[in-house]
Design a protein around this ligand. Structure first.
Ligand SMILES: Nc1nc2c(ncn2[C@@H]2O[C@H](COP(=O)(O)OP(=O)(O)OP(=O)(O)O)[C@@H](O)[C@H]2O)c(=O)[nH]1
Ligand SMILES: [Mg+2]
Length: 298
């Protein structure tokens, strides 16, 4: 049974935002109006919200929260129906933490709830398993404070690295990254990594309709589509401290692939990709068909 604290917020899953068409980049006056807001040290002057999607991380959460630097103004823990002492442990480490209970499942669903609950002008997302160092947060803020709109961590640029990633995941990540770079004419160095920060005013431009881990890729793709100025900062990924991963390489890898292919505009993608997309969509329609039929019958 979940005991809700009086301060807790239960967030009803929002309707997925309208997809931002490629032809509708962020209006420049939205950006220009905010450029004066930076403090002298190069960090953005607005409040910073840290979003921590958390599912059964009682053994890790205190380690993460204790390292959060003072530049963070609020911490929003989004609990994914944890059955261990995650929330109690988080509250004893940081009594000021806000807890949001997601109603659906998956990291994508959790982030959506967390972003909506965030009160800060700047939103940073970080994992709760101890694999990402909160001490890196000021690096992200520095770029947001100096003209960039969306900042993502990279394990594969100078200064970054991973002690966690397996050969298989590294290969998959590289292949998917190659597709994204080719399709969007960019030179990103990492794709499937969930250490990201952005100005909250761009939330409406970020497509967050995917429920699972593929949301990380979807965030980057929609930032590219919206014409946001993207910076990458080096990041070190460590193995999770305790517990087991929620990610399944093949299941989640194929979801990321679908997300990348779905994002491709007709005309940009070429015949092979279009064929692949059609096949994937056909498979999905087949999966959905019985459900649709039973809804019609009732
Ligand atoms: N709220 C919520 N959090 C989740 C859910 N699934 C995963 N998380 C959290 O999302 C973060 C990343 O999940 P992990 O299981 O570490 O996945 P990963 O980092 O991609 O995989 P590893 O490298 O193997 O650790 C962790 O903080 C999890 O607790 C979920 O359904 N709901
Ligand atoms: Mg992890």
């Amino acid at each position: 049974m979940t005991i809700h604290h009086p301060d807790d917020v239960v967030v009803t899953p929002p309707r997925p935002p309208e997809r931002v068409p490629a032809s509708a980049p962020v209006p420049r006056d939205v950006v220009a109006g905010e450029l004066h807001k930076f403090s002298d040290g190069g960090l953005p002057a607005g409040p910073v919200s840290l979003i921590v999607p958390t599912k059964n991380e009682a053994a890790n959460i205190a380690f993460v929260l204790e390292q959060v630097p003072p530049c963070v103004d609020e911490i929003v823990l989004v609990d994914g129906h944890s059955t261990d002492a995650t929330i109690v442990t988080a509250r004893s480490a940081r009594p000021d933490i806000r807890v949001v209970h997601q109603e659906g499942t998956g990291k994508g669903d959790a982030l959506r709830a967390g972003f909506l609950a965030a009160k800060g002008d700047i939103v940073v997302m970080i994992d709760a398993d101890g694999s990402m160092a909160p001490q890196e947060i000021p690096h992200y803020l520095y770029f947001l404070g100096n003209g960039y709109d969306f900042v993502k961590g990279s394990r594969f640029m100078g200064g970054g690295g991973s002690r966690d990633i397996t050969w298989l995941r590294r290969t998959g990540n590289r292949a998917l990254l190659g597709m994204v770079n080719h399709l969007h004419h960019v030179l990103l160095t990492d794709l499937c990594y969930g250490y990201v920060a952005f100005h909250r005013r761009y939330l409406d431009y970020l497509d967050l309709s995917r429920p699972g881990f593929e949301v990380e890729t979807q965030l980057t793709l929609s930032a590219l589509r919206a014409g946001l100025r993207i910076a990458e900062v080096p990041s070190w990924e460590m193995p999770r401290r305790h517990g087991v991963s929620n990610l399944k390489t093949f299941r989640d890898g194929s979801r990321v692939l679908r997300t990348v292919l779905r994002d491709v505009d007709s005309g940009m993608s070429g015949r092979v990709l279009q064929g692949l997309r059609r096949q994937l969509h056909a498979t999905r329609s087949d999966e959905l068909a019985p459900q649709v039929r039973s809804e019609v019958a009732t």
